[in-house]
Design a protein around this ligand. Structure first.
Ligand code: 8DG
Length: 143
């Protein structure tokens, strides 16, 4: 099967803490979409499964250890991004080892869904908010 070269698959995590808050990180200066708030994650390397890529990115970006089995598919976004087309796969994760630190981001924040709506996020993330809200209602989380 031929792969569509314009597709840009990215994985990201909705980390939910014991109080039901969500982790967001701010993209650093000099990067595309600098200053916007996003979910931690990144590109899938050749040969990686999406889940392995996300566990790796969470280690690199936040210094936490996540088991692939603790990543549950939540929803996805599909949006034009420059000349490519972003497919953003969002996983929920309620369990990890370590204290998240902003190793790549300018800063990280724990927020509620309402806080999230007030933050500037990449355009692809905005349609994710409804499914995030629903997931928190069903499985626990701050509203
Ligand atoms: N991690 C993450 N990326 C997102 C979100 N929303 C969104 O549009 N993106 C985009 C921004 C980037 O183009 C891409 C993520 O890839 P990345 O963070 O590894 O890429 P990058 O260009 O920022 O960094 P680099 O690895 O090239 O240095 O997906 C989100 O919520 N989380």
């Amino acid at each position: 099967m031929e792969i569509n070269p314009t597709l840009f698959p990215v994985v990201a995590a909705l980390l939910v803490d014991g109080a039901g808050r969500l982790l967001v990180q701010q993209r650093p200066p000099g990067k595309m979409m600098a200053g916007l708030w996003e979910f931690p994650g990144g590109k899938i390397e050749p040969g990686e499964t999406p889940e392995a890529a996300l566990a790796r990115e969470l280690g690199e970006e936040l210094g936490i250890q996540v088991a692939v089995a603790d990543l549950t598919p939540l929803t996805f976004a599909s949006d034009a991004l420059g000349t490519r087309h972003l497919i953003l796969l969002l996983y929920r994760c309620d369990s990890w080892i370590g204290e998240p630190e902003p190793l790549h981001a300018s800063t990280i924040r724990w927020v509620t869904v309402d806080d999230l709506r007030a933050l500037d996020m990449p355009p692809a993330d905005l349609p994710l908010l409804g499914a995030i809200e629903q997931s928190l209602r069903h499985r626990g989380g701050a509203q």
